[in-house]
Design a protein around this ligand. Structure first.
Ligand SMILES: [Zn+2]
Ligand SMILES: [Zn+2]
Length: 156
């Protein structure tokens, strides 16, 4: 499988090591997240999985995503809106998030990876990792005349 995530063997291994049953639902939900480079939302994942497993419910997809996230196979990423999206890229990376369309792009940065985690964050508990979210307007949304009308800044 062409994926930014792990191989199918590693996936089976991770599920078993976590004491989770290997179900077609879990495999397919993970596969959909892994082959997507766009950090799909729950609805997008649900629609893709339903093509393979028509009987799957949105609720099952949702629960499966959180199960996979608990064992570190996927991770939830908050987008610009209220929709949570899921990431299968487990190598250290950072995100560019478009404030308009919600697109999330991965990038890597050695200097960000080397940045020490502020002591203030550690005051809240154990720190497992850190990544940076850069927010802005993506190239598509920046193009004038594309998509819907852009909000004009108010004068006065
Ligand atoms: Zn955009
Ligand atoms: Zn990512």
């Amino acid at each position: 499988m062409e994926a930014s995530g792990i191989s199918m063997d590693d996936l089976l291994d991770s599920l078993r090591r976590s004491g989770l049953r290997v179900t077609p639902q879990r495999l397919e939900v993970y596969r959909v997240v892994a082959v997507s480079k766009s950090h799909p939302s729950v609805v997008e994942i649900y629609e893709a999985v339903r093509r393979i497993i028509p009987s799957i419910s949105m609720d099952t997809v949702y629960r499966t995503l959180w199960t996979l996230s608990q064992i570190g196979l996927t991770s939830p990423v908050s987008s610009s809106g209220d929709r949570v999206r899921f990431d299968s890229n487990r190598s250290p990376h950072h995100h560019f998030i478009c404030a308009k369309c919600g697109e999330i792009r991965d990038f890597t940065s050695g200097s960000l990876d080397d940045m020490p985690i502020p002591r203030e964050a550690g005051d809240f508990g154990d720190v497992w990792g850190a990544h940076l979210e850069i927010r802005g307007l993506c190239r598509n949304c920046r193009k004038p005349g594309r998509n819907s009308k852009r909000k004009e800044p108010e004068h006065g």
